[in-house]
Design a protein around this ligand. Structure first.
Ligand code: LCS
Length: 391
């Protein structure tokens, strides 16, 4: 089988040595302001009618190189890089929705995305219905004549439940809805939602794209029309611009994305298999395990299963002790670093969600979420082994 072209795309996308004095590494254009050639062209550049740069809130050449890379990786026609993953979700929803509109969202989303829907959008007059989107039939019953957007995350944070992407698109498009998908967990190495008809892909680049846990950034990939509206309207006003150095760091991370993801995928599978065979572990959730309830779907829409593993040690207390006793794996929120990160969802990332609601979204009391790093797999497993033995 031919190797995935992403290995070459990741290394070269966005490079432009002829424009950059021969520099293969795209320079950090540390500039907020750009000199304009004359009044007429200056006005056209400032309004986005003519290509060029005027003011750093609307774009910068380092940012543009990252955007080119995001676009090529996801197979879109345009991209926008932003200051965080949350900025990407905000800018997307504020572009696609207006007061009076309605959005259908999956009920298993990153907790702060959930807060955005309930604490910001809803009070501003955008009504929200959250459903178990793993069953496409639930989408239909949530539809109203005001629904404009379907917001999904697959695999979801932290349950690793999957949404059938083609089925979601098949429901949304005939009803005039745009499908927005957070592809942070999978990355374009493992899943390309635009290829399945999704309209807008979102990333927290703070995770696998950056890859080293040293930056906060976000990205949106879609069509030229949608991205242009975001750049020249929504984000021009909101101002969630990415800093030039941060854009450079994300781009550098992307150069090794396929290599890191290959390793994350392999290590996560090894860890998931180990945990599944352990008598003290109640359940392991990893899309690459045949025991995952949606493994067949994973095989259809993903080319790899990612670095995230969730497992259940039954009780809150055991979950807390398991993570506290680890020595190599780092107790931390976030994910996608080269190091293995681990956390107890009920007392950390999802602590703000009421217990009943958390349980309904599949986040059990003893759920541990692990971002399996690129260390030697047996070292990660040995660390888990010594901690689980003490439970
Ligand atoms: N989307 C997903 C799926 C995420 O996991 C996160 C952050 C975001 C969006 C937001 O991105 P940010 O603004 O942080 O760049 N997830 C985190 C987590 O699970 N723990 O800490 C952050």
């Amino acid at each position: 089988m031919a190797e995935d072209p992403i290995y070459t795309t990741a290394v070269h996308a966005g490079e432009d040595p002829l424009r950059n004095q021969g520099s293969l590494s795209v320079p950090v254009y540390q500039s907020a302001v750009f000199a304009l050639p004359d009044v007429e062209q200056g006005a056209a550049i400032t309004e986005g009618i003519q290509p060029g740069y005027s003011y750093g809130r609307k774009g910068n050449p380092t940012q543009a190189a990252l955007e080119q890379a995001l676009c090529e990786l996801e197979g879109g026609t345009a991209a926008l890089a932003l200051s965080s993953g949350m900025a990407a979700i905000n800018v997307t929803l504020m572009t696609l929705l207006a007061p009076g509109d309605h959005i259908i969202a999956s009920n298993c989303l990153y907790a702060t995305t959930h807060s955005l829907l309930t604490e910001i959008l809803d009070p501003f007059g955008i009504s929200v219905t959250q459903v178990d989107a793993t069953n496409p039939e639930n989408l239909d019953s949530a539809l109203t004549d005001k629904t404009r957007v379907l917001l999904l995350e697959t695999p979801a944070n932290p349950t690793l439940e999957l949404i059938d992407i083609p089925a979601a698109v098949q429901f949304a498009h005939p009803n005039g809805l745009k499908v927005v998908m957070d592809n942070t967990f999978a990355t374009p190495f493992n899943q390309r939602p635009l290829d399945h008809g999704v309209d807008v892909v979102i990333h927290s680049a703070s995770k696998y794209l950056g890859g080293h846990g040293d930056l906060i950034a976000g990205g949106i990939v879609s069509t030229k029309e949608v991205i242009s509206q975001m750049r020249w309207h929504t984000n021009k006003i909101l101002g969630a611009v990415i800093a030039p150095l941060t854009a450079w760091l994300v781009l550098r991370g992307i150069r090794t994305l396929p290599l890191r993801m290959e390793r994350h995928n392999a290590n996560a599978l090894a860890v998931a298999r180990y945990l599944e065979g352990h008598p003290k572990i109640k359940q392991v959730l990893y899309p690459g395990l045949p025991s995952h309830p949606q493994h067949a779907l994973a095989q259809q829409q993903m080319s790899g299963y990612g670095g995230m593993v969730a497992f259940d040690v039954s009780e809150v207390e055991k979950g807390r002790r398991l993570v506290d006793q680890l020595r190599l794996c780092t107790l931390a929120v976030s994910l996608g670093n080269v190091e293995t990160l681990i956390q107890h969802s009920a007392s950390m990332t999802h602590a703000s969600i009421p217990r009943e609601q958390r349980l309904a979204a599949g986040i059990s009391d003893g759920m541990i979420r692990m971002s399996v790093g690129i260390e030697r797999a047996e070292d990660i497993i040995a660390d888990l082994e010594q901690s689980i033995a003490q439970l």
